[in-house]
Design a protein around this ligand. Structure first.
Ligand SMILES: NCc1[nH]cc(CCC(=O)O)c1CC(=O)O
Length: 321
């Protein structure tokens, strides 16, 4: 069979690394492919905070269009950027084995790190932080909310652009530090020495996972790519996205979730935050893997019945209108 799969990707360094990984994995299975670069709205406007762009799928819509028009056969995405509702005619083809799920803090000086109450490799009770005014860079309202919940005395600076741009902006700033996804920096070997895992922060649903999509009717492409699927990662990422969907979906909501499999059990954690971190409500669930199918959705619905969560959702809606 001589079909060469055309892999659609954004042209950032991270996106190209991820698409090349897919290309290499396909090659191992004897399948030829080529990369096709496609700009996304999220790459063209690198200034406006993502939540203010107002629509879902700013990183994925132009790739969807290229798939549906037949310019490409498959598209590779950071799964956390993919709306939970896929475009009509496009299906999940495979989810690759996950890398680090963590958010990390890239700091300027050791003194800055100490001022957060971090010492000897441990995040101490935030009340041991020295209370000085912090300035951090991020444009993710999920990260802002969890950060401010822990460190209310923080000024947040908008930090957009691809990871290279964001690292440069941080180095040129006088901020305490900035927040990044570990996976994004580690994959392209840009994780600075001056960084620590934010163990107390829950990641975005599906953070660290790579998703491949194809056209629903292209059974041939689907069959070729499907062997790359990593069932455990696909399950965990799907549970996290069920939780997001149950609560309201959308990339612009401070909703976090992480599912892990250990000894045939799924451990699920999720939370929703009020926009400035004034409230954080979390939930944990554990289930045997063979009965875990509904736990993300159930966790989301359980939170929806909590009055504090209803208030948070109302405040997010009010802020938008
Ligand atoms: N929203 C942008 C984005 N989408 C995926 C990643 C990193 C890779 C990943 O989380 O899978 C990033 C960068 C970041 O959040 O710092």
């Amino acid at each position: 069979m001589a079909r060469t799969l055309r892999i659609g990707t954004r042209d950032s360094q991270l996106a190209v690394w991820q698409a090349t990984l897919v290309q290499d994995l396909l090659k191992e299975k004897g399948i030829a492919s080529e990369l096709v670069y496609i700009k996304s709205e999220g790459d063209i406007d690198t200034v406006t905070p993502l939540y203010a762009l107002g629509v879902q799928g700013v990183f994925t819509r132009s790739l969807d269009a290229a798939l549906l028009s037949g310019r490409i056969d498959i598209a590779v995405h950071s799964m956390k950027d993919v709306p939970t509702q896929l475009a009509q005619g496009i299906v999940e083809n495979a989810v690759l084995e996950r890398a680090s799920t963590k958010d990390i803090f890239v700091y300027k000086t050791e003194a800055d790190l100490a001022s957060l109450g971090y010492s000897n490799g441990t995040w101490n009770d935030p009340r041991t932080a020295d209370g000085s005014r912090l300035r951090i860079g991020t444009s993710s309202i999920r990260r802002v909310a969890q950060w401010k919940h822990r460190y209310p005395n923080t000024e947040v600076e908008n930090l957009r652009g691809n990871v290279n741009t964001r690292l440069r902006k941080l180095s040129e700033s006088n901020w305490t530090g900035a927040i990044f996804a570990a996976a994004g920096l580690e994959r392209i070997h840009l994780r600075p020495e001056t960084s620590v895992n934010l163990d107390w922060m829950l990641p975005a649903p599906a953070q660290g996972a790579i998703m491949i999509v194809c056209r629903e009717e292209d059974r041939e492409a689907w069959e070729l790519v499907r062997p790359l699927n990593h069932p455990e990662t696909a399950l965990c990422a799907r549970l996290e996205r069920d939780f997001l969907r149950a609560l309201m979906g959308g990339c612009s909501t401070p909703i976090s979730a992480l599912a892990r499999i250990e000894f045939a059990q799924v451990h699920f954690e999720g939370n929703i935050c009020a926009p400035h971190g004034t409230e954080l409500v979390e939930i944990r669930k554990t289930a045997d893997i063979n009965v875990s199918n509904g736990i993300g959705w159930e966790a989301g619905n359980e939170l929806l019945r909590d009055e504090r969560v209803q208030k948070i959702i109302q405040s997010i809606r009010n802020a938008k209108s």
